[in-house]
Design a binder for this molecule. Structure first.
Ligand code: CU
Length: 136
């Protein structure tokens, strides 16, 4: 093996090693996030000053969702979502009515959620304050 062949071999090995590291890094990220079901609470969602602490929450069918303030701040909750900076009120079939439920410093209870499905709630006070409720 001459010097040039060794250099090519060395470069190939370096590229292969780099590729493996990148693949491993990319491969582990989605798994670490639970494959898309990011940051879901169980039965309870917490509110910070202008956001939900958890972007989604799992609720057992027939149960209520508990909304618990961590920071004191007025939130007004309704069915629907913020989409591209606009409020889009929308009550999915099977969703309990969430009509201007106010929460400031005490927990509130929403529901019961009697039908399995995925529902959306947003806060009319804070742009992009969206919550996904998954009922199973
Ligand atoms: Cu809010």
């Amino acid at each position: 093996m001459n010097r040039k062949q060794r250099q090519v071999l060395g470069l190939s090995l370096a590229l292969f090693a780099l590729g493996s590291i990148l693949l491993a890094a990319c491969g582990s990220t989605p798994t670490g996030n639970g494959g898309g079901s990011e940051n879901c609470g169980n039965g309870t969602v917490h509110t910070l000053s202008t956001t939900f602490q958890e972007s989604c929450v799992n609720v057992a069918k027939g149960s209520n969702l508990q909304v618990v303030p961590v920071a004191q701040s007025l939130h007004i909750l309704v069915n629907g979502s913020w989409v591209n900076g606009n409020q889009v009120p929308m009550q999915e079939a099977g969703a309990p009515t969430v009509n201007n439920v106010q929460e400031t410093s005490s927990p509130v209870s929403i529901g019961p959620f009697t039908t399995a499905g995925t529902y959306h709630i947003f806060c009319t006070v804070h742009p992009n304050m969206n919550l996904t409720v998954i009922v199973k």
